[in-house]
Ligand binder design. Sequence first.
Ligand SMILES: CC(=O)SCCNC(=O)CCNC(=O)[C@H](O)C(C)(C)COP(=O)(O)OP(=O)(O)OC[C@H]1O[C@@H](n2cnc3c(N)ncnc32)[C@H](O)[C@@H]1OP(=O)(O)O
Ligand SMILES: CC(C)C(=O)C(=O)O
Ligand SMILES: [Mg+2]
Length: 521
Amino acid sequence: MSHSEANRVRIFDTTLRDGEQSPGASMTLEEKLQIARVLEAMRVDVIEAGFAIASNGDFECVNRIATEIKDSTVCSLARAALGDIDRAGEAIKPANSGRIHTFIATSPLHMKVKLQMEPEAVIEAIHGSVSRACTFTDDVEWSAEDATRTEIDFLCRAVETAIKAGATTINLPDTVGYATPQEYMDMFKAVIERVPNSDKAIFSTHCHNDLGLAVANSLAGVAGGARQVECTINGIGERAGNAAMEEIVMALKTRGDVMPYHTRIKSEEIMRASKLVSTVTGFTVQNNKAIVGANAFAHESGIHQDGVLKAAETYEIMTPESVGVTKSVLTMGKHSGRHAFADKLKDLGYELGDNAFQECFRRFKELGDRKKNIYDEDIVALVDDEVATWANRMQVISLNTYSSSNGEAVANLTMAIDGDKAKTVTYGSGPVDAAFNAIKDLIGMEPHLQLFQVHAVTQGTDAQAECTVRLEEGGRTVNGQGAHEDTVTAAARAYVSAVNKLLVKREKKAPDEAAKVVAAK
Ligand SMILES: CC(=O)SCCNC(=O)CCNC(=O)[C@H](O)C(C)(C)COP(=O)(O)OP(=O)(O)OC[C@H]1O[C@@H](n2cnc3c(N)ncnc32)[C@H](O)[C@@H]1OP(=O)(O)O
Ligand SMILES: CC(C)C(=O)C(=O)O
Ligand SMILES: [Mg+2]
């Protein structure tokens, strides 16, 4: 990729102006300052801080940002009206580098219906507004609002007028997100070629996302000769939003082979900016949003996880670090495979033998079928439970319980006892009581239940339950744990785990007695 100045694309961020025009996205002065600081740290070229005439609050925001921000140009929007321009000029006065961005619509529809102005009057307004802006700063941008629905001859005349009056940046917005990439590129090519003084200005894109084409159109505009892109963090903005800055920056960075342009943006700051804008506006970022969505660097399917573990480039076209994400995530779920599961166990500090691993994986898949999100805590609970019961003499094979609010509960239990299957159907006052009675029936022991505790491993009604059972027998006290997404099964597993520990204690003291009890059933 060539890093010549001719191929440098300036990033003009309008999160604080067009972004704030999203219904419900209003920001306070302090919030705007916070965002402006992050934009400056990202090395954004121009920050459009607001529309100074809109309100005293907007004026103050532009003015404070102009006072504080030193490394980015600070800009205010203004209509083609002297009052607007004077207010914008006043607001940006303290800036190290200040810009006035003045605009007027040039499409037949907007001129006739909205402005109710003849085209000639619009041309005069362009000259007057740009000239006035130049009395405040030599950095003046002019925009042809609704450029993509403007007749090309008139657009060229308007652009020529603006440049003659002193505009150094010419913005050709797709105000209503109507253009296609080919059309947008052709418009830039035509204007740059036909306007005699076009070499005296930098051309700019400004795209809205009504057809989901804002980013594609912006990149097409760059291919057509634009060297400034107007965009917002997370793509927030009027209606369906503006072109998303993070997508433009990373598209140019990742595909320099076919788009030989560059920005000076520090892309590692992208995630921080995205999170801040989302928090401040309350607009959550969709999980599958490019670059900054929670799933942008997350892999759940086993084949992808296996690929990423072998070489991240198999399924990642940019590194998470390059956008400020610490690392990619292998999300554990029903689509995960053995490679990812083994990697997760290693991360969690487990080393399992082959049989235990296969059994844990089987239970993990079962859990995945039933539970939407599998957290690390679920896997820890599952593996601990499996490891704890692996070498045990007694295990719960299956348990079905039936209970109602006004009657006895029934438990239908199958257990493995020293390798043999044993079954029973038993009653109780509730499902847990029935399950415990069933276990006692099969093992032929009557330990005293001292404690029964349940807690949810993670959040949600599909969370696994982790149960603790404390049993006492002949002065020996043991705790057993069990985990399962079915609370009664978790309780039964905990009970049986405690019984196994009692048997171990018995064996240590009186091996014959332990053997007798188990053989009794
Ligand atoms: C495509 C865009 O994003 S453009 C920017 C849009 N952003 C905003 O509008 C947010 C801030 N806006 C505001 O606070 C207000 O609209 C203000 C302060 C700018 C104007 O408020 P008001 O004077 O009450 O006018 P109102 O908003 O109702 O109507 C807009 C007026 O500006 C005129 N106008 C619109 N664009 C321009 C322009 N570029 N140059 C000159 N006049 C314009 C309209 O024709 C209309 O004029 P009219 O009152 O003679 O009919
Ligand atoms: C003010 C202009 C640049 C604008 O936001 C648009 O046309 O979308
Ligand atoms: Mg806009």
